[in-house]
Every structure is written in structure tokens, then in C-alpha cells.
Design a protein around this ligand. Structure first.
Ligand code: NAD
Ligand code: LMR
Length: 342
């Protein structure tokens, strides 16, 4: 066993490091680790035995989060980096999770965050391209429908884009769909899987209730189905409203991101059959000019292994998909235009 003495500087704080006997070492970075999502997400990643090293970066507060989380009794090393430590934070990193950026306040749409978050995400993507060009990138920062294309184009410009390694995190929509459907069907939410496709905002969030075994508790097209779909599509607004100016979903989002990261880490380690919805570069609607789309994706040792078709849709669900496409196209193009003009 190897241990390292704690090292402190203005930009860096290292807690005791442990090398374990685990065959595979996985270093994960959180960019935006000091924020509402970043902090609980860092804690959950510290609790994940598949993470062997955790690199926490923020323009504010990450060394403190690292010192705190670093005391948790799991084997992973935790290092916190301040504003000037981005390059160092990304050194040797295999998975980068990005929750950096501003959250919504009541009355705002996710697209209203574009002005601020587009440049934050673009700058972070440039740093990933330079320091960890082979890393898997998990984008949480909103608007996801635009920030993912921004990361793709930024990596492309740097000559390091691998579409199999870029993911928009839509897991919170899946978690909500399971929870809300289970509440109606009187089932265990964790066993009530719902595939959610499309994107991550309003009408672009399309839950395929008809494909869920618990879905027959709700009659397709009924008022109850409409209300369920609406709640899944606008679940984020519920939280923004309840937080009353203090931000948007952080705890459930941290849970969702940690859940997705764990699936990816399992697949990177060689587990087969790991399938989950995520927003990736996808062939499904390329003909319609839509480069990114969330659908069930099988994860593998190199990221995206297989993008699943949508499967059988009810006419009502087909209508939801049709309504999602133009909005999605607009959001993706907005991301592309940002990179082209910067
Ligand atoms: P927050 O304001 O609490 O935290 C954001 C953090 O990002 C802050 O600590 C801030 O210092 C940091 N930051 C800002 N610029 C940075 C930069 N250039 N480099 C590194 N860190 C930087 O916000 P939050 O509640 O954690 O939300 C973060 C983002 O996640 C928002 O855009 C929000 O809309 C989004 N979000 C997405 C989902 C999803 O389902 N994908 C769910 C919830 C929230
Ligand atoms: C969510 O779905 O909760 C997030 O995208 C945050 C938001 O702005 O609603």
C-alpha cells in the first residue's frame, strides 16, 4: 500500500492517497465541484468503489470540498484544485463530469442560461482537449441540448473529438420518470424503468411510457398520461419554483449523475449489457438534420458501444417525438453557431 503525505498550497490540496489492489484505476474529475450539484456529486463519487482517484476543480471552493470529502472512509484519493489548477486537475483523468455553470431562477428557461454557460463549457472543453484528450466527458451544464454540441465542436476544432466519449446527462429525466410512474402504478421506483428519449428540456424530453412494464397503469392519451408526461417534461420547473430563487435541482441531479457515472465505469471495466438513455451523437435523426439525440445506449469499454433504435412507439409518443425534433434542431444549431462565431 502506498500513502502520500498531505500537500497544501493555495491552489491544491491533497488528502491521503491510497493505492488499492483494484486491477483498474479510474481517475474522475468534477469541473464545478464547489457548486450545488458538484458538492454532493463529489461525495457520491467518493463513495463509488470504481472511482480510485477524484480530482475536484472549481473557480471557487474546490480545495475545501476536497478536504471535506477526502475524509470519507473509502480508498480513493481526492485532490482539490483552485481556479488556477484546471490543467493539473485534468492530468491523467479518464472521466470528466461537468456541472459548472449557472442554474435557473423562477421564470427562466434552460435556454436563458446559454449566454453564460456556453462560454464556461467551451473553455472547459478546450482544457479537456488539451490535458485529457481521450477522456469520457459527461455534460450536466444546461442547456444540455446546446452545451453537448458546443463540447463536440470544440473537441473537433482541437482534433480530438470521439463521439463515443461524449454524453449529455439526461439521467435525471429517467429518474423522475421512474419515480412519478411508480407513484401511479404503485411499484418500486428503482424497478420501474422508463426509457426517456430526445433531449433535456421541455418538449424535447420524451418518456416512452408504453415501453415500461408499469406503463399499462396509465392509459395512453388519457388526461392522467398527459399529466404524467408533462410532469416528467417540466419536473425541473417544479424544483426551480420550490427553491424560489436559490437554484435548481442539485441533490437529485447529483444522484442521477453518480448513477450514470457508475454505469459508465462498470462498462469501461468490461461489464456487458449496461444500457441507459443518454444524449449522444446519434444516427437516429441525422436525416432530419439532428446530430444529437438521447435514446437507450449500450455502454462499453470505449464509451458508446451501441445506440438503440427507439423501438415501438404509440401514436401519442410518435407525436411527442415529432414535437421534440424542431426544438432539438434549433438548440443544437445554436450550440454549433456559438463555437463557429467564437
Ligand atoms: P451552482 O451555481 O450551485 O454551481 C455551479 C458551480 O460552477 C459553481 O460552484 C461555480 O463556481 C462553478 N463554475 C462557474 N464557472 C466555472 C468554470 N469556468 N469552471 C469551473 N467551475 C465553474 O449551480 P448547480 O445547481 O450546481 O447547477 C450547475 C449546472 O447544472 C446548471 O447549468 C444547471 O442548469 C445544470 N443542471 C443540469 C441538470 C441536468 O439534468 N443535466 C440538472 C440540474 C442542473
Ligand atoms: C433539471 O431538469 O432539474 C435541470 O435541468 C435544472 C433545471 O433548470 O430545471
Amino acid at each position: 500500500m502506498l500513502s502520500r503525505v498531505a500537500l497544501r498550497s493555495t491552489s491544491r490540496l491533497t488528502t491521503r492517497a491510497f493505492s488499492t489492489t483494484q486491477a483498474r484505476h479510474t481517475k474522475v474529475a468534477v469541473l464545478g465541484a464547489g457548486g450545488g450539484i458538484g458538492q454532493p456529486l463529489s461525495l457520491l463519487l467518493k463513495s463509488d468503489p470504481l472511482v480510485t482517484s477524484l480530482s475536484l476543480y472549481d473557480i471557487r471552493g474546490a480545495p475545501g470540498v476536497a478536504a471535506d470529502v477526502g475524509h470519507v472512509d473509502t480508498g480513493s484519493e481526492v485532490v482539490g484544485y483552485a481556479a488556477d489548477g484546471l490543467d493539473a486537475a485534468l492530468d491523467g483523468v479518464e472521466v470528466v463530469v461537468i456541472p459548472a455553470g449557472v442554474p435557473r431562477k423562477p421564470g427562466m428557461t434552460r435556454d436563458d442560461l446559454f449566454k453564460t454557460n456556453a462560454s464556461i463549457v467551451c473553455d472547459l472543453a478546450k482544457a479537456v482537449a488539451k490535458n485529457a484528450p481521450k477522456a469520457h466527458i459527461l455534460v450536466i451544464s444546461n442547456p444540455v441540448n446546446s452545451t453537448v454540441p458546443i463540447v463536440a465542436r470544440t473537441l473537433q476544432q482541437a482534433g480530438v473529438y470521439d463521439p463515443a466519449k461524449l454524453f449529455g446527462i439526461t439521467t435525471l429525466d429517467v429518474v423522475r420518470a421512474s419515480r412519478f410512474l411508480a407513484g401511479i402504478a404503485n411499484t418500486d421506483p428503482i424497478k420501474t424503468s422508463v426509457t426517456v428519449v430526445g433531449g433535456h428540456s421541455g418538449v424535447t424530453i420524451v418518456p416512452l411510457i408504453s415501453q415500461s412494464p408499469a406503463g399499462n397503469a396509465v392509459k395512453l392519451g388519457s388526461e392522467e398520461w398527459k399529466a404524467l408526461v408533462h410532469r416528467i417534461q417540466y419536473g425541473g420547473d417544479e424544483v426551480v419554483k420550490a427553491k424560489d430563487g436559490a437554484g435548481s435541482a442539485t441533490l437529485s441531479m447529483a444522484y442521477a449523475a453518480a448513477k450514470f457515472a457508475n454505469k459508465l465505469l462498470r462498462a469501461l471495466k468490461g461489464e456487458t449489457g449496461v444500457v441507459t438513455p443518454t444524449f449522444v451523437e446519434s444516427p437516429l435523426f441525422k436525416k432530419e438534420g439532428i446530430d444529437f439525440f438521447a435514446s437507450n445506449v449500450e455502454l462499453g469499454p470505449n464509451g458508446v458501444a451501441k445506440i438503440h433504435e427507439l423501438g415501438k412507439l404509440s401514436p401519442e409518443e410518435q407525436e411527442l417525438v415529432n414535437a421534440a425534433l424542431p426544438e432539438l434542431k434549433k438548440n443544437i444549431e445554436k450550440g454549433y453557431e456559438f463555437v463557429a462565431s467564437n
